[in-house]
Design a protein around this ligand. Structure first.
Ligand code: UDX
Length: 434
C-alpha cells in the first residue's frame, strides 16, 4: 500500500527473493507507470529490478484496495509520514491507509496482517494503526487480524542494495501467526532477524537515525575544536573509528547532515519525548550542532575572505549528498541564506539538483542569486568557491579550473579536493575540521 520510494523498493526486493507482490497506490498515474514495469522515483537499480519483477509475473498492481487485500496475506503500509510545523509526526496518511485497508478487509475472508513500514513514532502500531484496523475491518486483533511494525533502513542511492541485503530485519509483532508470516516473507534475505514488540521495533528505527545523526554531529563538534588546535580532524576520526567499539562510518565532519530522514525523525522523536515529559539532551544536541554547522562553514569562508560583502561566491553542490538530486534539508539552503545575509553574491551549481533547489527557494532573494548550468561558468567570475556537496565531477575537474577563481580560494565543506594539488596551482584551501 503506497508505491513511493519505500513501497517500490520493498516490493522489488520481495519480488526478487521470489515472493509474489501486489502493489496499490491511490494515484492512478503511478499505478500505470509501475504496472508497465517502470519506476516513478529515481533510485539506482530500481527500474531494472521492477521491470524484471513485472516481467516474471511476481509484481502486479491492484486496481483497488479490495483487490489488494484479497490477493495478499501481508499488507505493508508504505505511505509518507511528514512533519507538522512543530516537528511532531503527521500520521494522517497512515490513519487513512489503515482505514482503507481495514475497510477492504471487511470484504475478504481469511486471516490477514497489516505491517507498518512507514516511519512512525513508537507506539503507533499498537496505539493508532491496530485500533483503526480492528474497527474498520470488524476483525479481532490476534485472531483474524495481525498488526505489526517492520521498519526499513534504506539510504538514498543504496536503497536497492539495502533492501536486498539489509543489515538486519526488525519484526515488531504481538502474535505468533504474524511473526511466522513475516519470517516467511523474508525467507532468503540472509540477515539477522530481531523480534520485538511493535513499539520497540518503532524505537529501533528512530534510535538508529538518532545515533547516526549524533555521530555526524559529534564529528562536527570535534572538527571545530580541531580547527582551533590546528590539527586535521579526518585522520583523528579515522583513528577513533579504528576502535571496534566505535567503527569507522558516519564520522565524516562536513556542513552537517541533510536529507529527508535525520532532521525529520529527530524532531519527531524530540516532540514525542517532550509530550511524555522526557528530555533527550543528546539527540537535541545533535540537532542544534547541525543547525550551527552550516553557519560555521560560512564563518570559515568569511574569515578566509576578510568580508563577504559584495564577494562573488560559487556555491557548489546543492543536493544533500552526492549521487542524488534530492535537496530536502540540504545544508545548501542555510548556507545560501547566511551568505546573502552577509552581503555575498552567489552563483549556484549542481550537476543534478539545480532546478529543484531553485524551485524550493521561493521568491528570488533580491537578484543576488543565479543558477548556472556548468561548473566552469560557476567558477568564472567568482571570487571564491564553497563546496557543499562532494560530487565526483568536482573531484575530477582539472585543478587549473580552481585557479580561475579571482581570489584563488576554495572552502571545502566535504573534503572533495586535494589540498596539495591546489597548493601547487596557487589556490588557498580551507576545509571543515582542518
Ligand atoms: C539515512 C539513513 O542512513 C537511513 O538508514 C535511513 O533509513 C534514512 O536516513 P539518507 O538520508 O539517504 O539515509 O542519507 P545518509 O547517507 O545516511 O546521509 C545523511 C546525511 O548525513 C547526508 O547529508 C550526509 O552527507 C551526512 N553525513 C553522513 C555526514 O555529514 N557525515 C557522515 O559521515 C555521513
Amino acid at each position: 500500500m503506497g508505491l513511493g520510494y519505500v513501497g517500490l523498493t520493498t516490493a522489488a526486493a520481495f519480488a526478487a527473493r521470489g515472493r509474489t507482490v501486489v502493489g496499490y497506490d491511490s494515484d492512478p498515474a503511478r499505478r500505470a507507470v509501475v504496472r508497465a514495469g517502470r519506476a516513478p522515483v529515481q533510485e539506482p537499480g530500481l527500474s531494472a529490478l521492477l521491470r524484471r519483477a513485472v516481467r516474471a509475473g511476481r509484481l502486479a498492481v491492484a486496481d483497488d484496495p479490495i483487490d489488494l487485500a484479497r490477493r495478499s496475506d501481508l499488507v505493508f503500509v508504505c505511505v509518507p509520514t511528514p512533519s507538522r510545523s512543530d516537528g511532531s509526526i503527521d500520521l494522517s496518511y497512515v490513519r487513512a491507509a489503515c482505514r482503507t485497508v481495514g475497510g477492504s478487509l471487511r470484504k475478504v475472508r481469511g486471516w490477514r496482517a497489516v505491517v507498518l513500514k512507514s516511519t512512525v513514532v513508537p507506539g503507533t502500531t499498537d496505539g493508532v494503526a491496530g485500533p483503526i484496523l480492528a474497527r474498520a475491518s470488524r476483525r479481532t486483533l490476534g485472531r483474524t487480524l495481525g498488526a505489526a511494525s517492520n521498519p526499513e533502513f534504506l539510504a538514498e542511492g543504496t536503497a536497492v542494495r539495502d533492501a536486498l541485503a539489509p543489515s538486519r530485519i526488525v519484526l515488531g509483532v504481538s502474535d505468533a501467526r504474524t511473526e511466522a508470516a513475516l519470517r516467511a516473507a523474508y525467507r532468503g534475505f540472509r540477515a539477522s532477524t530481531v523480534v520485538l514488540s511493535p513499539t520497540a521495533a518503532e524505537l529501533v528505527k528512530y534510535g538508529s537515525n538518532a545515533m547516526l545523526a549524533t555521530r555526524v554531529s559529534f564529528a562536527n563538534e570535534l572538527a571545530g575544536l580541531a580547527e582551533r588546535l590546528r590539527v586535521d580532524v579526518y585522520p583523528v576520526m579515522r583513528a577513533i573509528g579504528l576502535d571496534p567499539r566505535i567503527g569507522p562510518r558516519f564520522l565524516d565532519a562536513g556542513p552537517g547532515f541533510g536529507g529527508s530522514c535525520f532532521t525529520k525523525d529527530l524532531r519527531a522523536l524530540l516532540a514525542q519525548a517532550s509530550s511524555l515529559r522526557v528530555a533527550l539532551p543528546v539527540s537535541s544536541g545533535a540537532l542544534s550542532v547541525n543547525a550551527s554547522q552550516a553557519i560555521h562553514v560560512v564563518d570559515l569562508a568569511e574569515r578566509a575572505a576578510g568580508s563577504l560583502r559584495g564577494v562573488k561566491v560559487a556555491l557548489l553542490g546543492l543536493s544533500f549528498k552526492p549521487g542524488t538530486g534530492d535537496v530536502r534539508e540540504s545544508r545548501a539552503f542555510p548556507m545560501l541564506r547566511e551568505l546573502l545575509r552577509r552581503g555575498a553574491r552567489v552563483r549556484l551549481h549542481d550537476p543534478e539538483a539545480g532546478p529543484s533547489f531553485v524551485a524550493l527557494l521561493g521568491p528570488r532573494p533580491g537578484g543576488r542569486v543565479r543558477l548556472v548550468p556548468d561548473l566552469a561558468s560557476a567558477i568564472r567570475g567568482a571570487d571564491l568557491a564553497l563546496i557543499q556537496c562532494d560530487w565526483d565531477s568536482y573531484r575530477r575537474a582539472p585543478v587549473s579550473l580552481w585557479g580561475r577563481l579571482a581570489r584563488k580560494l576554495v572552502v571545502d565543506a566535504r573534503r572533495t579536493l586535494d589540498p596539495a594539488a591546489l597548493a601547487r596551482s596557487g589556490v588557498r584551501y580551507v576545509a571543515v575540521g582542518r
